[in-house]
Design a protein. Structure first.
Length: 537
């Protein structure tokens, strides 16, 4: 290997929230730990950046605790001020604000006004959403026990945790029974395709019903860190350095030798580990794995089997984001919507755009885009409405995003009109908002730029630019999806190697990334403590 490898108790690959969480808990336990991140900044899909005086979030636009995020911060003693991130939902010229669980009635009224012929079907769907919200109240009703020091509060264990575990055990089978694609599930109640689209096109293709229909509850849990979502990884990074951890950005791991417990980066520098936690794209782990030195035949076959199982799996939906710096007072937005706004310009539903033209000509793709952009649902975030410091005085920054297909974007790039595509989408989206919910916005644009699924793939290394792990469209989900087995999701067939992050459990998201980072760290700490124990201890 040339120069002798630097030795660490643990190495974590991937500087997103799972990796940062894992390193934080490893350093908290007193182990020497190195984090390797291929990009120049940490945080992955949780980041904030500044451009021309406007601050934007580069990935996630709000944070739901789900009984995980806030307990993690509390356990580590991190102080982050969270601002309530209120949600509104709009279709055409109608907007409702989600203030409480009772706002579900406003949503029902909105849909009944748009689809009066389906009012009885809508009422039945709302009852289902209300029922599933009750399940989520149980699931996230307390702080996750994995992120609490229960030995310090045995009374809490007896009075809260044990009764909750009983309700949890009863609720999980009911949730698992809803593990069917949301559109398929909703067809039990209505055949109105436009109605199906309007409810379901907020979510990824074939999202499980329990996950999609619980989102009304999660909207009430949205919070926003003062200073932007990037404040969260920044706080973890500070904690890690203060506790002796080593953070190396711009360090891409290109080779893993599990027999020698060594990783090597793109500069040829090697590092030896006691335990490795892979918190990056899982396909990359198996691509850069050196299998030849593995002597145990059973282990070698298990690793090869896992690599083959992942080879044809696709990442989940990605997003296209348009960033706008506007010469508008923030109240212009707040008078029409809230700081987190889900807006659909047309009640027709995006199915009317027709099939995705992945193999289409440029003319066919352009024609589809014209229809699709008018029919899809936009997630619109306004950072300055949460924190006045995130835009110049009297100005407003917006992030407008929509779910978008990686393969179609790659097709456009291959056809040679990628930059023209980006410019067209930016202009078209601004025009649609100007014609509908935000009149006059077109003339107020001071700055405009965008990112696509190709951008996310490049910056994160995620397969297909995915933002929540594996696609639900995969024939066999290559990740654990049983809630009662989540602790097993961090295991791999590779000796000394654990996994964490959005690829380890499905459905995924920020809370799951943090939780799996913690669970992987716990298992690494347990193994390292056994190995470090002196004889007779």
């Amino acid at each position: 290997m040339g120069a002798e490898a630097t030795v660490y108790d643990a190495i974590v690959v991937g500087g997103g929230m799972a990796g940062l969480t894992a390193v934080a808990y490893l350093t908290r336990a007193g182990y020497s730990t190195l984090l390797c991140e291929k990009e120049s900044t940490l945080g992955g899909l949780v980041s904030s950046f500044e451009r021309r005086g406007f601050w934007y979030d580069g990935g996630i636009r709000a944070i739901e605790s789900s009984g995980i995020v806030y307990p993690m911060l509390k356990q580590l003693g991190l102080q982050i001020e969270f601002i309530k991130s209120r949600v509104s939902m709009g279709i055409e010229d109608r907007v409702i604000r989600v203030e409480s669980a009772d706002s579900l009635k406003d949503y029902q009224a909105l849909l009944e006004n748009l689809y009066p012929q389906s009012r009885f079907e809508i009422a039945a769907i709302m009852r289902e959403i209300e029922r599933i919200m009750g399940y989520m109240d149980v699931l996230y009703g307390i702080d996750n026990p994995a992120l609490m020091d229960l030995t310090k509060d045995p009374a809490y264990l007896l009075k809260v945790i044990l009764p909750w575990m009983f309700k949890y055990a009863l609720t999980v089978p009911k949730i698992q029974a809803l593990n069917v694609p949301v559109v398929d599930y909703l067809r039990r109640f209505t055949q109105n395709q436009s109605l199906l689209d309007i409810i379901a096109q907020h979510f990824f293709q074939r999202t499980p019903a329990f996950f999609a229909l619980s989102y009304f509850s999660l909207y009430l849990d949205y919070g926003y860190p003062r200073g932007g979502t990037g404040a969260l990884p920044d706080a973890l990074a500070s904690y890690i350095t203060q506790h002796g951890g080593t953070l190396q950005a711009s360090t891409e791991v290109v080779s893993v030798d599990p027999a020698g417990r060594t990783v090597t980066d793109s500069n040829g520098q090697s590092y030896r580990y006691g335990r490795l936690i892979w918190a990056a794209d899982l396909k990359m782990l198996y691509r850069c794995m050196d299998i030849d030195p593995i002597e145990d035949e059973h282990t070698r076959n298990a690793v090869l089997e896992r690599r083959d199982a992942l080879a044809d799996k696709t990442g989940g939906d990605s997003v296209l984001m348009v960033f706008l710096g506007l010469d508008l007072e923030p109240r212009y937005i707040s008078e029409r919507a809230s700081e987190h706004f889900f807006y659909t310009p047309s009640r027709e539903g995006q199915s009317k755009a027709g099939p995705l033209p992945v193999d289409g000509t440029r003319a066919e793709i352009e024609a589809w885009l014209e229809r699709f952009l008018l029919l899809t649902t936009y997630e619109i975030s306004c950072p300055v409405l949460r924190d006045p410091a995130l835009a110049p005085p009297g100005k407003t920054g917006l992030i407008v995003s929509l779910l978008f297909d990686y393969a179609l974007t790659a097709r456009i790039e291959a056809q040679g009109w990628y930059q023209e595509f980006k410019a067209y989408v930016e202009e078209r989206i601004v025009g649609i908002l100007d014609d509908t919910v935000f009149p006059g916005i077109k003339d107020a644009v001071l700055d405009r730029f965008s990112s696509t699924p190709l951008t996310l793939a490049r910056l994160t290394g995620n397969t297909d630019g995915a933002i929540t792990g594996w696609a639900f469209t995969n024939e066999n989900m290559p990740a654990e999806n049983r809630m009662l087995q989540i602790a097993r999701s961090v295991r791999t067939p590779i000796p000394g190697v654990l996994q964490a992050g959005q690829w380890t459990f499905s459905p995924s998201g920020l809370p799951i990334s943090i939780l799996t980072g913690k669970l992987a760290a716990d298992q690494a700490v347990k193994a390292l403590s056994r190995e470090h124990a002196r004889p007779g201890e």
